[in-house]
Design a binder for this molecule. Structure first.
Ligand SMILES: C[S@@+](CC[C@H](N)C(=O)[O-])C[C@H]1O[C@@H](n2cnc3c(N)ncnc32)[C@H](O)[C@@H]1O
Ligand SMILES: [Zn+2]
Length: 314
């Protein structure tokens, strides 16, 4: 854990900005706290494990298991040194006016639901002062740390985005492909945007109406009843779309994978995550407009898919 992070944190149980967290160090290396505890004056304590402070309550860990399995199964991505190769992947920001650097450079950025850190890396690469990458999957955070190369301007935090341990310190909040996987997308949006400073920017991506392949809904009726590791084997064998690190497809699975590439029945967009995540929702542009309006965020731009950005009133 980097020292800078302490300035942004507050106790999520006391949930008052004036309650700072103190750190007790068990192991420190290269200026980072690798092991120790964060504690608040009321005595709430949160462990720091392998440099990552952990704010997830023990009972809250179960849902993240699906994501631990998902991230562990995927081929690893390393971003460092592959800037040009990955830059084109960041279409999700294409609707923003002006150069992307403008939103990140020298800014304090929250990447809520960072996954393996592709946007954390982008923010870091575009000159953010500090990027705080949050996820509740340990596997995701380990990959994000490794994939970004853990640069000095990135911090990693294990937390549930519904209960974030931060003060209102962020110039830019991004949450891409995450909010629609929580019990309430609108509540999750409000939870992340709460930490945005006045005049700060926010960008979210949620599935637009009718953008998920229809075949996913009947499949989910089956797969949500199955153990996630079995679903993973099913995806491997039958060629459902994710970049598997295992690649042990049955011959028919290879054929289906080819159909998937051609997107027959939208099969190329049926993913392990889509089949196993307990929450999966699509949203209309109108809904997103309403969430922005209700939180005092002025809409800058919104696509049908839905990628949307706005700016909080000053
Ligand atoms: C589809 S991935 C998106 C990752 C990343 N934003 C990207 O686009 O590459 C969704 C991520 O959100 C995380 N996530 C889902 N619900 C969460 C929650 N309530 N709190 C924290 N992380 C969550 C999952 O662990 C997963 O890594
Ligand atoms: Zn406390």
């Amino acid at each position: 854990m980097k020292q800078e992070l302490l300035d942004y944190l507050r106790c999520p149980r006391c949930a008052a900005d004036s309650v700072p967290l103190g750190v007790s160090v068990v192991e420190r290396r290269d200026g980072e706290v690798l092991a120790g505890h964060l504690t608040c004056p009321a005595g709430h304590a949160f462990p720091i494990d392998q440099g990552v402070p952990d704010f997830v309550e023990p009972a809250g860990g179960a849902v993240s298991d699906v994501y631990n399995i998902m991230w562990a199964a995927q081929a690893r991505q390393v971003y460092v040194g592959r800037e040009d190769e990955f830059r084109h992947k960041f279409q999700v920001f294409a609707h923003l006016p002006g150069p992307l650097e403008m939103y990140f450079s020298d800014k304090v950025v929250l990447d809520a639901g960072c996954g393996e850190g592709r946007f954390t890396w982008l923010a870091s690469h575009l000159g953010a002062r500090q990027v705080v990458a949050v996820d509740y999957s340990r596997e995701a955070l380990a990959r994000a740390k490794a994939g970004t190369g853990n640069p000095p301007n990135c911090s990693f935090v294990r937390a549930d985005i519904m209960r974030l341990p931060f003060r209102r310190v962020f110039d830019y909040v991004i949450s891409l492909g995450v909010l629609h996987h929580t019990p309430s997308t609108a509540a999750a949006y409000r939870s992340v945007v709460r930490h945005l400073k006045p005049a700060g920017y926010v960008t979210i991506f949620v599935y637009g109406r009718w953008t998920l392949p229809l075949v996913i809904w009947p499949l989910r009726c089956l797969t949500l009843k199955m153990d996630s590791s079995r679903v993973l084997r099913f995806c491997d064998d039958w060629g459902f779309g994710y970049e598997s690190a295992h690649r042990r497809r049955l011959p028919l699975g290879r054929f289906l994978r080819t159909l998937g590439r051609l997107d027959v029945l939208g099969m190329g967009r049926v993913t392990f995550e889509g089949l196993t995540t307990p929450y999966l929702r699509e949203h209309s542009v109108d809904e997103v407009h309403r969430w922005f309006r209700e939180t005092g965020v002025e809409l800058i731009s919104c696509t049908r898919l839905v990628s949307a950005s706005g700016r909080r009133s000053g």
